[in-house]
Design a protein around this ligand. Structure first.
Ligand SMILES: [Zn+2]
Length: 168
């Protein structure tokens, strides 16, 4: 079955390299770079996401439309974002912060992202030759961090309880 590249209109046979997009349309390997990606990017994850890209956006993006390019990268890079979301969800489950309200969630996300980075540093330090005093400080500090989360959680519960009372 022959298909035509949605961007350049080149006819693509069974064996030609092609990248499926939405509604059974395809993009050829020459046009993929026009969208900001190379054949090296085209792993399974990429291809799965790429299939949600519309032919309309592909044509616009290849012509240099910044909005279309952004829509495509939003779709393709969506995976990374959800990986980060997963990290944050794990974090929230760990500290039982699920019932925080929206405004606090924004701040929490920022802190959680920073801490996820620090977690790696802490592990790295334990493995390195950092002296015992330094390691002790880090341990105490992380205990403080954990206690802070406990306080945040309790304050949030209190807040919710107060809200419930004031609505009565
Ligand atoms: Zn093409």
């Amino acid at each position: 079955m022959k298909k035509e590249c949605s961007v350049c209109g080149k006819s693509l046979g069974m064996v030609s390299v092609k990248y499926p997009i939405k509604d059974g349309d395809v993009v050829c390997s020459d046009c993929l770079p026009k969208l900001g990606y190379t054949q090296k990017d085209a792993n399974m994850k990429f291809l799965t996401k790429f299939q949600q890209v519309s032919a309309d956006d592909v044509v616009r993006a290849a012509a240099g439309d910044a909005d279309a390019l952004e829509r495509i990268s939003d779709i393709v890079e969506q995976k990374d974002e959800s990986k980060q979301d997963r990290e944050i969800r794990k974090f929230m489950e760990r500290y039982q912060l699920e019932d925080l309200d929206e405004k606090d969630l924004v701040v929490l996300r920022k802190i959680a992202t920073d801490l996820a980075g620090n977690g790696l540093m802490k592990t790295g330090m334990a493995l390195s030759f950092a002296n015992a005093g330094e390691q002790l400080k880090v341990t105490y500090l992380s205990a403080l961090v954990e206690q802070n989360w406990m306080i945040i959680r309790q304050l949030s519960r209190m807040n919710n309880a107060l809200d419930a009372i004031s609505k009565k």
